[in-house]
Ligand binder design. Structure first.
Ligand code: PBG
Ligand code: ZN
Length: 329
């Protein structure tokens, strides 16, 4: 090789759009997405969430309206989060398993209006407890793991009985997947898919969501149950355990700051993996673009490609309801 003349020229295969198109991986289609939605009691409610432009708190009737274009775009389904009025909150989060609760009602309404959408529900009680933690507390004021599992199992069964095809426990209690699987089996709900938030980190990226859900803990934080972002080994063991306990789908959350975790998990499991592109990851790109410091749609597309490349099968993202505008090429 003479000076200045490389033998290997990678640019040859990037010369034209046609060549790039032939060799590039396809952009994830709408079928890879689940849209997280917030449902509130009442009717006629469509309240914008300040820290999450493009996202709203919907009453069930308004959610059905909002879902029409989303279903038409070919998004696979929704992941439902419920909100409760303060007067319904208690120490245990009892209202979360009320068969007439808002989530249960939303599940029934969506299944009826959109038979082809997949309905997953978030299974947790932080939006239903007076203290805002993800399970009942011990006398000492810490989350009681085993008592929480009993409550979470009731919540999951109530969602599945309402017609949810999948339940997604997010409380990070030890043994929650086994407890929920056992309760579903006992209720003869053997076909309900269990998508575990298997590796969920104690993250600073949930801020806009907690604002949307009004679910920030009244005191303390969630570091006693969610995984530490400094400890990769334990984070992976969390997912391994959930697989052993019978989860059908694993999840990494947040996702954009945890692409290494997604990739490592991809190498050790053959289960489908969901990446939860969380509220702070959504808001940060919008905030950057709003300041004129970046071009929103290309930034969003690049972030979604990163999730796909890292090994995610399912992408849970607030961009899902804007797929056509933001993500379609
Ligand atoms: C609560 C829950 C949280 C999210 C999903 N379920 C917040 C938390 O754990 O504090 C975060 C979602 C997001 O930020 O988009 N169990
Ligand atoms: Zn919770």
């Amino acid at each position: 090789m003479s000076e200045g003349y490389p033998d290997i020229r990678l640019r040859r295969l990037r010369q034209t759009p046609q060549m790039r198109r032939m060799l590039d991986r396809p952009f994830p289609g709408p079928e890879r997405f689940l849209w997280p939605v917030f449902v509130v009691p009442g009717s006629g409610v469509c309240e914008p969430i300040d820290a999450m432009p493009g996202q709203f708190r919907y009453s069930v009737d308004q959610l059905i309206e909002a879902l029409k274009p989303v279903a038409n775009m070919g998004i696979s389904g929704v992941l439902i989060f419920g909100l409760a009025e303060d007067s319904y909150k208690d120490g245990t989060g009892t209202h979360a398993f009320d068969p007439k609760g808002t989530v249960q009602e939303a599940v029934r309404a969506i299944r009826e209006a959109f038979p082809r959408l997949l309905v997953f529900t978030d299974v947790c009680v932080c939006a239903y407890t007076s203290h805002g933690h993800c399970g009942p507390l011990t006398a000492a004021g810490v989350v009681n793991n085993d008592a929480s599992n009993v409550v979470l199992a009731k919540v999951a069964v109530s969602h599945a009985e309402a017609g949810a095809q999948g339940v997604a426990p997010s409380a990070m209690m030890d043994g929650q997947v086994a407890a929920i699987r056992g309760a579903l089996d006992a209720a003869e709900l053997t076909d309900t898919i269990l998508m575990s938030y298997s590796t969920k980190f104690a993250s600073a990226m949930y801020g806009p969501f907690r604002d949307a859900e009004k679910s920030a803990p009244q005191s303390g934080d969630r570091q006693g149950y969610q995984a530490s972002c400094r400890d990769l080994g334990t984070a992976l063991r969390e997912s391994d355990l959930d697989e052993a306990e019978g989860a059908d789908i694993l999840m990494v959350k947040p996702s954009l700051f945890y692409l290494d975790v997604l990739t490592r998990l991809r190498e050790r499991t053959d289960l489908p993996i969901a990446a939860y592109n969380v509220s702070g990851e959504y808001a940060m790109l919008i905030a950057t673009a709003d300041r004129g410091w970046g071009d929103l749609y290309p930034m969003v597309r690049e972030s979604i490609i990163a999730l796909d490349r890292a090994g995610a099968d399912i992408i849970i993202s607030y961009w899902a309801n804007q797929y056509e505008k933001v993500l379609a090429p």
